[in-house]
Design a protein around this ligand. Structure first.
Ligand code: CTP
Ligand code: MG
Length: 234
């Protein structure tokens, strides 16, 4: 690894978790004895390769300050925004005084607590010499159907379809510029790669592990717990 290039981690954690239908945002639900966000952040900290870790937290979030990890000196917070991309941009602005354009940023959802350190290393090893950067992703195994009004209208060639995961790894300057442009033009970007794609870039994909799930619906918590237990036996 090139020692002069810095790596930063950005963790958007300012969502409300509407689809989870819980009494609090999903990142604060209990998972294997800790909150989801603590599991996620501890894994990134354990990787031991980040110059800093920025977490985007909603201004109306009473849960974050109650966690011991909120006082960890390696973690900085930034105010969350309306959309995920706004939260990520806010976190990038937080390090504007220290980060340089060519530094790498790994953006990882707070809601993906089963990320393995080996996948973080895989992503970095594959992409640190890449001109664009890229993302962890998974090939799709199911047969895919195009549907209109409840009826199948097409079978989609799945060899060209991948599911985007996180972390997503891009150069600080290029990512900030792409997110700012998307915000200015009002384009919807649901991940960092799509912001870069709008700039005409072609982010690379690196095949990640299928257990790097995003906790989205209530049943995902039990699955995440199962994966975390499995990983302790690896
Ligand atoms: N996120 C964020 N700021 C937002 C929206 C989302 O930082 N304005 C974060 C979430 O906290 C989560 C990640 O982005 O860690 C992925 O988003 P998602 O899974 O959609 O989480 P929520 O938006 O909280 O869930 P939902 O869409 O069900 O409301
Ligand atoms: Mg959302």
């Amino acid at each position: 690894m090139n020692d002069s290039v810095k790596f930063w981690a950005v963790v958007p954690a300012a969502g409300v978790g509407q689809r989870m239908q819980a009494d609090r945002p999903k990142q604060y639900l209990d998972l294997a004895g800790k909150t989801v966000i603590e599991q996620t952040l501890e894994r990134l900290l354990q990787a031991g390769l980040f110059a800093g870790l920025m977490v985007a937290i909603s201004g109306e979030d009473p849960y974050w300050p109650m966690l011991p990890i909120a006082r960890d000196s390696r973690i900085l917070t930034a105010p969350g925004g309306t959309e995920r991309a706004d939260s990520v941009l806010s976190a990038l602005n937080r390090i504007a005084p220290t980060a340089v354009e060519s530094d790498w940023v790994l953006v990882h959802d707070a809601a993906r607590p089963c990320l393995t350190i080996s996948d973080v290393h895989l992503l970095i090893d594959r992409l640190q010499d890449d001109s664009v950067g890229g993302i962890l992703a998974l090939p799709v195994h199911d047969t895919l159907k195009g549907v209109e009004e409840g009826r199948i209208t097409a079978t989609i060639d799945r060899s060209r379809i991948w599911r985007a995961l996180t972390p997503q790894m891009f150069r600080y300057g290029a990512l900030k510029h792409a997110l700012e442009q998307a915000a200015r033009t009002g384009e919807t970007v649901t991940d960092e790669a799509s912001a870069l794609e709008l700039q005409g870039k072609k982010p690379a994909i690196v095949e990640g592990r299928p257990d790097n799930i995003k906790i989205t619906r209530p049943e995902d918590l039990a699955l995440a717990q199962f994966y975390l237990e499995q990983q302790t036996h690896e």
